[in-house]
Design a protein around this ligand. Structure first.
Ligand code: ADP
Length: 232
């Protein structure tokens, strides 16, 4: 079994919208996958199923062998430990500095304080923000804030890094820098990356697997894919 598997997944929201229709796909450990498609095509829904923000109406969603669709609510925290999630709008805590924002996300159960510090600093170093440890979010640029949110997402060494439009609020140069950070996490740590994006330049430059979602269905799935004009 692959690290992530969707089997005949359907998602119908309570207002009747069919967001996903019979989606099946597999993602192996260590892969880097872009999910692209027009606004409203179902990208976010697909991603939300992986971290159990939403449940499928029909079908199964496996993450690390666990059927997330059937997971009990009180076990969801166990799933989330295996995942790191990065959002377009960073979601940092404004009253905490960089170090605290990252340390706060660390699963500290059974960890010594020296180990907490080591792991937090390692994650911050990986995103290139070691000289900003004591800065608060409002003292950082958008790119720097996104780096903090990536450090927070990887501090527990997740198997999978899920990114929903991570460069949506950033200019092209900063976006490319953020992509280098995410690519290095994929290459150096072997973390599987799944990223929903609208950004053509990024998709074309990175030459990774591309899954195109169109009206809730997989319209294309290609290795080293390019962003074609598929109604996007
Ligand atoms: P994308 O991320 O590609 O923009 P979404 O997955 O957000 O697409 O949305 C797919 C479809 O599902 C859209 O028609 C959207 O309006 C609808 N949708 C998304 N979230 C909800 C929700 N919570 N309730 C009802 N409809 C929703």
């Amino acid at each position: 079994m692959q690290l992530i598997e969707l089997k005949n997944v359907h998602k119908r929201y309570s207002n009747g919208v069919m967001a996903l229709c019979d989606v099946s796909l597999g993602i192996s450990k260590g892969e880097f996958v872009f999910v692209i498609g027009a606004s409203g095509s179902g990208k976010s829904t697909l991603i939300k199923l992986l971290y159990r923000q939403e449940k499928p109406t029909k079908g199964d969603v496996y993450v690390g062998g666990v059927n997330v669709a059937r997971l009990r609510n009180r076990k969801v925290y166990k799933l989330r430990r295996k995942l790191g999630i990065v959002f377009q709008d960073y979601k940092l805590l404004p009253k905490m500095n960089v170090y605290e924002n990252v340390a706060f996300a660390l699963d500290v159960y059974g960890l010594k304080s020296s180990e907490i510090r080591k792991r937090t600093l390692k994650a911050i170093e990986q995103v290139g923000l070691k000289d900003k440890l004591r800065s608060y979010p409002d003292q950082l640029s958008g790119g720097e804030q996104q780096r903090v949110s990536i450090a927070r997402a990887i501090v527990n060494n997740p198997k999978v890094l899920i990114c929903d439009e991570p460069t949506g609020n950033l200019d092209p140069d900063t976006s490319m820098e953020i992509m280098k950070v995410i690519e290095s996490i994929n290459e150096d740590m072997g973390t599987t990356v799944i990223m929903a994006t609208h950004d053509k330049d990024i998709v074309n430059k990175l030459k990774k697997r591309v899954i195109v979602v169109d009206k809730g269905m997989i319209a294309r799935d290609s290795m080293k894919g390019k962003y074609k004009n598929e109604g996007v």
